[in-house]
Write a protein that binds this ligand. Structure first.
Ligand code: SF4
Ligand code: MG
Length: 277
């Protein structure tokens, strides 16, 4: 039998996964595992915790053979914050979706960024609520159809990367399921940041989003990602008239040094006369 790469990182008894054929979530999940492996002893199955919310993307934590926590809808970041403060030696990764992170968990997201908690949050953006029924999310582009927007969404969507930068995250990047090596790189670099790292992974959802919006086969959705993503350096030089609504930048948006929440919390403990880490 052909050896499957990275097999040890997955719970074999939980496979096969429930994602639809052609879904991009598996690509993003594998990218996380590749980024973990590239960090050697610093990120292992024993010192890394994966926390997720609810939705198609958040099922990833169940397949990954780490210490994992599948939490309530929108609540992955507060759970992850608690884990990190209780044991700062752990690497804590959050897997979330566009609905989970920017609607139900929107407040937790901005305050996690603001506090600069030392987490790596990876948002699988499929532009819709997949598992919960194809409703429009805050990241559904205008004009696109959803069960709650049968004539096309009229809401202005969030740019989650802009939101993260504005809220205080200290590492913010975007990539796609098509640009998989680039996605691995963005996640790897996010792991190196001491503070709140946010990576948006754009993933194709051929069922809840693609079918309803006539994208065609999953491969067509991946070609769409390929053709519309523009590397950040090229994006910055692109004339405004060429920045059409479908086009979007990928790459590193922001990186800064700032005290992380754990360090600030240690200072409180010291002031209060307790043992500081
Ligand atoms: Fe993937 Fe979409 Fe199917 Fe969910 S509904 S598993 S996101 S293709
Ligand atoms: Mg979604």
């Amino acid at each position: 039998m052909m050896e499957r790469s990275y097999e040890k990182y997955f719970r074999q008894n939980r496979l096969p996964h429930l994602w639809c054929p052609g879904c991009g979530n598996g690509i993003a999940m594998k990218a996380i595992v590749r980024a973990i492996e590239s960090h050697g002893e610093n990120f292992t199955q024993d010192n890394t915790v994966i926390v997720s919310g609810i939705g198609c993307s958040s099922r990833a934590s169940g397949y990954m053979d780490f210490d994992t926590l599948h939490t309530a809808h929108g609540r992955a970041i507060p759970f992850a914050t608690g884990i990190k403060l209780a044991n700062p030696d752990l690497n804590v990764i959050v897997i979330t979706g566009d609905g989970d992170c920017t609607a139900i968990g929107g407040n937790h997201f901005i305050h996690g960024c603001r506090r600069n908690v030392d987490l790596t949050v990876i948002l699988f953006n499929n532009n819709i609520y997949g598992m919960t029924g194809g409703q429009a999310s805050p990241m559904t582009p205008p004009g696109m159809r959803a069960t709650t927007a049968p004539y096309g969404s009229i809401d202005r969507p969030f740019d989650a990367c802009h939101l993260a930068v504005a809220s205080g995250a200290t590492y913010v990047a975007r990539s796609t399921a098509f640009h998989v090596n680039h996605l691995v790189e963005m996640i790897k670099n996010g792991f190196d940041n001491k503070g709140f790292s946010f990576i948006e992974a754009m993933v194709q959802c051929p069922t809840a989003y693609g079918r309803r919006n006539k994208f065609g086969a999953p491969s067509e959705m991946m070609k769409w990602l390929r053709d519309n993503a523009v590397m950040k350096a090229a994006w910055d030089k692109l004339p405004e008239e060429k920045k059409t609504p479908e086009k979007f930048p990928i790459g590193l948006f922001y990186q800064a040094e700032a005290p992380d929440y754990g360090a600030a919390y240690d200072r409180v403990i010291a002031k209060a006369g307790g043992a500081s880490a």
